[in-house]
Write a protein that binds this ligand. Structure first.
Ligand SMILES: [Zn+2]
Length: 476
């Protein structure tokens, strides 16, 4: 749900849209949905004191009780507290399976920061409160509920449906998706994956605005700019000053703009978002998707930080450290430059661009790896191209969205952060952020205090996934 910031400016158009209309869950499924969510929220799965295995086992028990055989349920992981669950609903084998991905771990939450106990499911004022209600235990519970419902019905999809509930997406050292791909690829191998950790219905005061679908991610990279200098007494300044030299380099960086570039996802994003925008913004969104795009439209849209980030690789100074004494000329000045690289470009390529922009042999430019170390090698990683917008994924999403949230277009989005798709996409399993939960544009509390989800949104999300999975998996 990363579209929020950008849409705030367009909300005045919302009020023309009708309220959602669709089938409801029956009372028994509603109760079951709530019970599963409550159980998951109340099993602490934080990295510090929590345990993902307990959550995996609890969900496995429910699925076993619903009729899944032991042979179709797998629980394992790199250590006792981080075991992942993989469950398979067997289909006719007509096509390669579809993988459903969800992380069971949650971000830390302190009782004293919260109004309610973060590890109790509390229903209050039309919301479910608890750590993971938004990110992403509600979606995990919906997956489990849907698998149970499909099993009860004796539903036989055309292709296998695989559910993987995993550890350590939010942090920790035992990422479950990575572990499964390395150790049990056959269990999770699929034509494509659906990950409810991305995408979602964005609403304003409960009214649907857009249905976002995660289809691409930028690549994160840090670089270090460093100047060293013999220094000396500050009472006799020389013409060489490490801080000035670094500041000059940073000013050149500030004035540099990476080339404008759209891909299939961001182009579709602007075309679709133009439908719910108006005036100059809507016109500019359409203009930038044309070839060649209009430079003045790019400049106007770039004033919005989110649109700017969609159209360009960005690199900014985020930290500086310089000097060693108030009365000495600085011997060293260092800046960290944080870049978010557009799909299709590599960290090496951006290193070369930065070196050119800095344009000063006395300022060294180096890549800084994930472990915060300046390194010379192993920085080849390229931001993957966006996933193709497959009809098998898009068509049912468009159709069901139009029925459940009429007037809210499906908008492919490019995330600026990373999800577990960072493992499945390079492994050749294109991953789509698809989620039927609706959250208000200004009420995103994931990772924050008093995390919550509208009760209605939860049950609607369950209706959506049931319908969507059947459409994606085919069969009866
Ligand atoms: Zn998440």
């Amino acid at each position: 749900m990363k579209l929020k910031a950008l849409l705030l400016c367009a909300l005045s158009l919302l009020f023309a849209l009708p309220a959602p209309s669709h089938a409801q869950l029956n009372e028994a499924d509603k109760k079951l949905a709530r019970d599963i969510l409550q159980q998951l929220i109340e099993i602490n799965t934080t990295d510090s004191v929590g345990n993902v295995t307990i959550a995996s086992e609890a969900m496995a028990k429910r699925l076993r009780d619903a009729g899944f055989s032991d042979g179709d349920i797998f629980i394992d992981g790199p250590n006792d507290g981080k075991k992942n669950l993989v469950v398979r609903l067997r289909g006719r084998g007509g096509k390669k399976p579809v993988l459903l991905m969800g992380h069971l771990d949650v971000v830390e939450a302190n009782r004293e920061d919260w109004t309610t106990d973060p590890f109790q499911l509390v229903e209050k004022d039309g919301y479910f409160y608890g750590r993971g209600t938004e990110d992403m235990k509600a979606s995990d519970a919906i997956y489990v509920l849907t698998m149970m419902r499909l099993k009860h019905e004796g539903y036989r999809p055309e292709r296998d449906l695989i559910l993987a509930l995993t550890a350590d997406e939010e942090g920790g050292k035992s990422n479950g998706v990575d572990w499964l791909l390395k150790n049990h690829r056959e269990l999770v191998d699929a034509e494509f994956a659906l990950n409810a950790d991305g995408g979602g219905v964005i609403t304003e005061k409960g009214k649907p605005f857009v249905v976002a679908m995660g289809a691409s991610e930028k690549l994160y990279a840090d670089y270090e700019l460093a100047v060293t200098n013999p220094g000396g007494h500050s009472s006799m300044p020389t013409s060489e000053n490490a801080i000035y030299r670094l500041a000059d380099a940073l000013t050149r960086l500030q004035n540099y703009h990476f080339l404008f570039e759209l891909n299939d996802v961001t182009r579709a994003f602007f075309r679709q978002t133009a439908k719910v925008q108006s005036g100059q913004v809507a016109a500019d969104m359409l203009t930038v998707t044309r070839i060649p795009p209009d430079q003045s439209a790019i400049e106007r849209l770039s004033k919005d930080p989110y649109y700017n980030a969609l159209m360009h690789t960005t690199c900014i100074a985020t930290r500086v450290q310089a000097g060693h004494a108030n009365n000495a000329q600085p011997q060293r000045a260092i800046a960290n430059v944080n870049c978010r690289i557009l799909p299709g470009h590599s960290r090496d390529e951006i290193l070369q661009v930065l070196t050119k922009v800095v344009d000063d042999p006395k300022v060294s430019v180096s890549y800084v790896n994930d472990g915060m170390k300046v390194i010379m090698g192993n920085r080849e990683k390229t931001a993957l191209p966006p996933v193709p917008l497959k009809p098998a994924v898009m068509d049912p999403l468009e159709k069901i969205s139009a029925e459940m949230w009429p007037g809210a277009p499906v908008v492919p989005e490019m995330g600026t952060g990373a999800s577990d798709g960072v493992y499945t996409n390079p492994a050749g399993i294109p991953t789509y952020g698809v989620c039927g939960l609706a959250i208000d544009v200004d009420d995103d509390r994931s990772h924050g205090r008093d995390e919550r989800l509208p009760v209605e949104s939860y049950y609607n999300g369950a209706v959506f996934y049931y319908r969507y999975l059947k459409a994606v998996a085919g069969g009866k």
